[in-house]
Write a protein that binds this ligand. Structure first.
Ligand SMILES: Cc1ncc(COP(=O)(O)O)c(C=O)c1O
Length: 357
């Protein structure tokens, strides 16, 4: 694996398009810039002549790693300005966003309440870490969660106010017009990485769960490297749902922040690799994760990045990326999600070893 030479971030000016964007207040929580790496062996095996790169946003931190921290930088910046002392958010029991929010609260000295969809607490992966960060867990049966998430969040806010706290409710995945700034900044960084690596343009691929990462990247690449198309590979819902959600987040941001106005962005979402459903994965995804880990030393997760990377590899020979010679896979993190899938991943390594014999 080859690391690209990087310039210090203060030397940002590689593109002929000098775009000045005034970012909203931000708490520097992420370890950025993250590396852009060329996956040489994965390109040889799955690229069909294209180069596959990986943007290591799984390295934005340790326990506060992945894509969520980029969004939370801006959400925490807003919260700090408003004198907020409690963050409330939601997600599945193994939500990476919930864990990242719990971590941010612990770092900022704030209280955290997580409204989590599930049947009982799990003592592994992200849920364990939520507890370690001191978050208050409100676990809600899946039916009730799906039927009334908004009122559950408002009830949580009411409870916190009654205790004298000043709460802020963050929507699922931190995906709203404020959170998507995280990936406008991420796109600026990626455009700089590509220029440093001498790559004129590339297709950008990300996993899509609540749409904010795709929205920020679509908007940001449109500003900083307009010839780079962005694809989201959905891990739940369908392409039309994300088409609407990503557009709403982008339009919301453009309305709120004049700096982000630009040409109408093209939204590309693929929903063919969701498999058996959110949080569950078929053997082919577990096997792709095991294969990439052994080939390049990079671990994907079975809920988000494993499915998106599997989709990317499957789509290359089908011609989806024929317009580009280079593809950047944005590794959005999720490492703690491998533990609840330990058995299936272990079996996948057995299958790999048996095939190598
Ligand atoms: C590891 C990981 N990758 C990708 C995503 C998808 O990001 P988004 O919710 O912004 O669509 C999430 C969260 O949902 C995630 O936790």
């Amino acid at each position: 694996m080859r690391y690209c030479p990087r310039a210090p971030s203060s030397q940002w000016a590689p593109s002929k398009r000098q775009i000045l964007v005034a970012y909203p207040p931000r708490v520097p929580l992420a370890r950025t810039p993250t590396p852009l790496q060329l996956l040489e062996r994965a390109s040889d095996r799955w690229g069909c002549g294209k180069r596959i790169w990986i943007k290591r946003d799984d390295l934005t931190g340790s326990t506060l790693s992945g894509n969520k921290v980029r969004k939370l930088e801006f959400i925490a910046g807003h919260a700090r300005e408003e004198g907020i002392d409690t963050l409330i958010t939601c997600g599945g029991l193994q939500s990476n966003h919930a864990r990242a929010t719990a971590n941010v609260c612990a770092q900022m000295g704030w209280h955290c309440e997580l409204v989590l969809r599930g049947r009982a607490p799990e003592e592994t992966g992200n849920t364990l870490m939520d507890r370690l960060f001191g978050a208050e867990l409100t676990i809600v049966q899946p039916d009730r969660y799906s039927a009334g998430l908004d009122s559950l969040l408002q009830e949580a806010a009411g409870r916190q106010r009654a205790l004298g706290r000043k709460p802020l409710v963050i929507p699922t995945g931190g995906s709203d017009p404020l959170g998507i700034w995280g990936y406008v900044a991420g796109a600026q960084e990626l455009a700089s990485d590509l220029a440093q690596a001498g790559v004129g343009s590339a297709g950008i691929v990300t996993a899509t769960g609540s749409g904010g990462t795709q929205a920020g990247l679509t908007l940001g690449m449109g500003l900083f490297l307009p010839q780079a198309p962005v694809w989201g590979f959905a891990v739940c819902d369908d392409a039309q749902w994300f088409q609407d959600k990503v557009r709403a987040d982008i339009e919301g941001a453009q309305l709120q922040w004049g700096d982000l106005r630009g040409p109408k962005p093209q939204i590309r979402t693929h929903d063919g690799y969701i498999g058996p459903g959110y949080g569950r994965a078929a053997d082919d995804v577990h096997q792709r994760i095991a294969a990439l880990a052994a080939l390049e030393g990079v671990i994907l997760d079975p809920v988000y990045t494993g499915k998106a990377f599997h989709g990317l590899c499957q789509e290359i020979p089908l011609g989806t990326f024929d317009d580009v010679t280079d593809i950047v896979f944005v590794h959005t993190g999720g490492i703690f999600g491998i533990f609840p899938h330990g058995e299936q991943l272990w079996r996948a390594t057995d299958a790999l070893m048996a095939a190598a014999d």
